[in-house]
Design a protein around this ligand. Structure first.
Ligand SMILES: Cc1ncc(COP(=O)(O)O)c(C=O)c1O
Length: 430
């Protein structure tokens, strides 16, 4: 019996089925954009552990930094004994996040925890209860974050009741809402928010609007600078905070460190996680200093938040972004993917839309271009084909009909080309 089969059998016996798997890959080790499974097969990684290894698997400098930290201490709890890595990383994030205002940062362990904390801070600062969020949004799986996450099955079914005072409006999904006309989609959504402020929730009770600048799990749905400018205007009219969730869009994915830079997004709090530390669990909550300083002493924190190994990994990852050409790699990789996807769209009528920014690219599979009926079964078949050829890819979208790429930004050209060829082969078989 292959080791992977043996481990999968044991996994089925030992681990709940709700803890989902997208492939049968059981990893042994990984480097760059290659994953070697326990049976010795090499996989090309187009998933990046869901957008976590933008700088590649196990970059030497990050591994060295983690090892050096491990030799010193593994844990202190920042509330009990402070340490340099936490302080330096907070200072670094305050400087590299967009916006010239004074900022403060603290750390948690996961994206969902960052979301939870941002809600606590927004409520504490504004003394208002309500949060506005978007359809097709994904903000995590802990209960408050899950209340903000949109998709019902499988994320929310059977897990309620959820946080009260959460109000949801559509995201300007131009492809489905306005035949690709972004301006029209923006108008529809902004009108809906204005209407919601008249007949659903008093804007004076809304603490914050939380948004992903590009929907990640929701299917790489993009909006434009104009939408976020108008959203900010609306928020400002009612003193509502803007919480920008860059957990998936961040850390170079779109060709700039944060996509907010390209979209001119003005936020009060920005959330980062995933690729910030090349795989060590950490998330950052960064915001305007006066807002971040409002909650009472002891109101924020936790045992592990800003773990020393994760801080060392994040500082080394940021240094890679500063000293190496990861951002230009993101642009180059993204361009190759975009060109390939546009060619696929010309060739295969099952592709309804190609979209994204930088190396955050996706296509949407439909049963017919006229009806735009989502084709999740095609996405499953395509994913199965790719997995059978040892290409790791994942789907996205409320209907699961979007194929997205979250490969390392510095993926080698030949691996990228091989992966795209496998996708094309799979599309031809649909
Ligand atoms: C935009 C966004 N926010 C929040 C999260 C939740 O992060 P985590 O899975 O680390 O809790 C994710 C995870 O995919 C995400 O993409």
């Amino acid at each position: 019996m292959k080791l992977s089969d043996e481990l999968i059998k044991l996994r089925e016996k030992s681990i709940p089925k709700a803890v989902f798997q997208t492939s049968r890959c059981v990893i042994d080790h990984a480097k760059g954009s290659a994953i070697i499974d326990v049976d010795g097969n090499e996989w090309i990684d187009f998933s990046g552990g869901i957008g976590v290894v933008n700088a590649g698997h196990c970059p030497d400098k990050v591994v060295e930094a983690v090892k050096a930290q491990a030799d010193k201490f593994l844990h202190a709890c920042f509330h009990i004994s402070m340490y340099e890595g936490y302080i330096r990383l907070a200072d670094k994030l305050n400087r590299i996040t967009p916006g010239l205002f004074e900022k403060k940062t603290f750390f948690a362990n996961s994206g969902a925890e960052a979301v939870e904390n941002s809600i606590k801070i927004a409520r504490n600062y504004t003394r208002r209860p309500a949060i506005l969020c978007f359809e097709d949004a994904f903000h995590g799986r802990t209960l408050a974050a899950l209340s903000l996450t949109s998709k019902v099955m499988p994320y929310k079914t059977g897990f309620g009741p959820f946080l009260p005072e959460v109000y949801r409006v559509p995201f300007p999904y131009a492809y489905r809402m306005a035949d690709g006309n972004q301006e029209k989609a923006n108008r529809i959504v902004l009108d809906k928010i204005k209407t919601a402020f008249k007949n659903i929730v008093d804007p004076e009770n809304v603490a914050a609007i939380i948004f992903e600048p590009i929907l990640g799990e929701g299917g790489f749905i993009t909006a434009d600078a104009d939408f976020f400018r108008q959203l900010k205007e609306l928020a400002s009219q009612h003193s509502i905070l803007m919480i920008c969730d860059e957990i998936q869009t961040g850390f170079g994915r779109t060709g700039t460190l944060f996509v907010s830079e390209q979209l001119g997004i003005e936020y009060d709090i920005i959330l980062t996680a995933k690729s910030i530390a090349s795989g060590l669990p950490i998330s950052a909550i960064t915001g305007k200093a006066d807002i971040m300083d409002t909650p009472q002493v002891g109101g924020l924190g936790g045992t592990y938040g800003g773990n020393p190994l994760a801080c060392a990994a994040a500082l080394a990852t940021i240094e890679m972004f500063e000293k190496e050409d990861l951002l230009s790699n993101a642009k180059r990789t993204g361009k190759i993917i975009q060109e390939a996807f546009l060619q696929f769209k010309e060739k295969f009528t099952c592709i309804g839309d190609v979209r994204g920014l930088g190396a955050m690219m996706a296509f949407e599979l439909v049963k017919s271009r006229q009806t735009k009926e989502p084709a999740p079964d095609s996405a499953k078949l395509l994913m199965a084909h790719c997995h059978s050829k040892n290409l790791s890819i994942i789907t996205a979208g409320t209907f699961g009909n979007v194929i997205r790429i979250l490969s390392p930004l510095n993926i080698q050209k030949d691996k990228l080309a091989k992966g795209l060829a496998i996708m094309e082969e799979g599309l031809a078989q649909l």
